[in-house]
Design a protein around this ligand. Structure first.
Ligand SMILES: C[S@@+](CC[C@H](N)C(=O)[O-])C[C@H]1O[C@@H](n2cnc3c(N)ncnc32)[C@H](O)[C@@H]1O
Length: 314
């Protein structure tokens, strides 16, 4: 069963940031319509004139959606199972019927994951119901996490902030992370959530911030604190390092200029940086980040009004 292919991609909006998706699509001249009867009109959006450009303000992008009619719950589940194993529901209507279909599909792990965790390579599809007998499904999606969402087993005692969760998510998406003894620069490190997570992996961390990290992080083995404006430090001042991280609150062009200097220096190959938005999002700079070969920009489910730029060379 392959059904009827839909003409473009389906975008799964982020409930708190529908306005950003709206703006982004407008900037690109892309028109769209809501898929089915979602009360939140941008929960699932079908692009009318898809130009295949990367869209950033989404939870997940459905790459090859198709629509099909079905008679019975068992028939719908069978049609999905015939394609592949993993399917995540994204329902806006027909919740009971949707739950009954999902019960007949292989169970998705619903427990929080410990970190480090590598996403399985098997594809994770998404599906929704438009009405009692019409299903839209996409076997391929940009996120390996069900519905674009991942939960980790949290450590509620050691890290001083919950910011480490977005670092864990970014590293899980990258499929790689710092190993024992690797050198990391953590710009905008305080109060110390990312530095804590990196030192837990056995990496050595140079934590740069104008304000000190909490002492329990600063005193961890392998952690050194440097009180400085990170962006006035040139790559040559900091030297060769396996990883550069930034969670600095700043205007995106300032971060971009610093990263450009790192790329030109050849002193680091692996980067994870939060692109923080102050006011309406600066999508022009976001597109410049995304244009850096071998890298990508995503909205993590642990991101707030910000995006994450990821570049790793394994
Ligand atoms: C969102 S917090 C970082 C949280 C941190 N990643 C964690 O896990 O706890 C942003 C930090 O950026 C720092 N910051 C802002 N501008 C900076 C700059 N130019 N250089 C270094 N740090 C800066 C702030 O002092 C603040 O501690």
């Amino acid at each position: 069963m392959t059904g009827t292919p839909l003409p473009g991609r389906v975008l799964q909006g982020i409930p708190r940031f529908f306005h950003e998706l709206d703006r982004e699509l407008g900037e690109r001249g892309l028109s769209y319509r809501s898929l089915g009867p979602c009360p939140d009109t941008k929960r699932l959006v079908l692009l009318d004139n898809d130009d295949a450009a990367e869209i950033f303000w989404v939870q997940n992008t459905w790459l090859n959606p198709f629509q099909f009619e079905f008679e019975s719950i068992a028939g719908a589940a069978q049609a999905l199972r015939d394609i592949q194993r993993n399917w995540a529901p994204v329902l806006c209507t027909q919740y009971r019927r949707g739950a009954l279909i999902q019960e007949k599909l292989p169970a998705l792990p619903d427990k929080p994951r410990p970190f480090p965790w590598k996403a399985p390579e098997a594809p994770m599809g998404s599906w929704t119901l438009l009405d009692a007998h019409t299903l839209v499904a996409s076997p391929r999606c940009t996120s390996p996490f069900p519905g674009g969402i991942i939960a980790f087993t949290e450590n509620k005692t050691d890290p001083p902030s919950r910011a480490y969760l977005k670092l864990w998510e970014a590293l899980s998406l990258a499929g790689t992370w710092p190993h024992k003894g690797e050198r990391c620069i953590d710009a905008g490190a305080s109060p110390g959530g990312w530095t804590w997570a990196l030192s837990e992996l056995g990496a050595t961390v140079l934590a740069i911030d104008r304000a000190p990290p909490e002492s329990r992080v600063q005193n961890r083995p392998g952690v050194t604190y440097l009180k400085h404006d990170a962006f006035t430090l040139k790559p040559g001042d900091l030297g060769k390092t396996e990883w550069v991280f930034s969670d600095v609150i700043c205007y995106p062009p300032r971060l971009y200029a610093w990263i450009e200097a790192w790329l030109a220096s050849g002193l680091c190959n692996n980067f994870i940086c939060t692109i923080k938005m102050q006011g309406p999002s600066d999508n022009e700079t976001v597109r410049r980040f995304a244009g850096i070969p071998g890298s990508r920009v995503v909205h993590l489910c642990h991101n707030k009004h910000e995006l994450t730029w990821i570049m790793t060379k394994v």
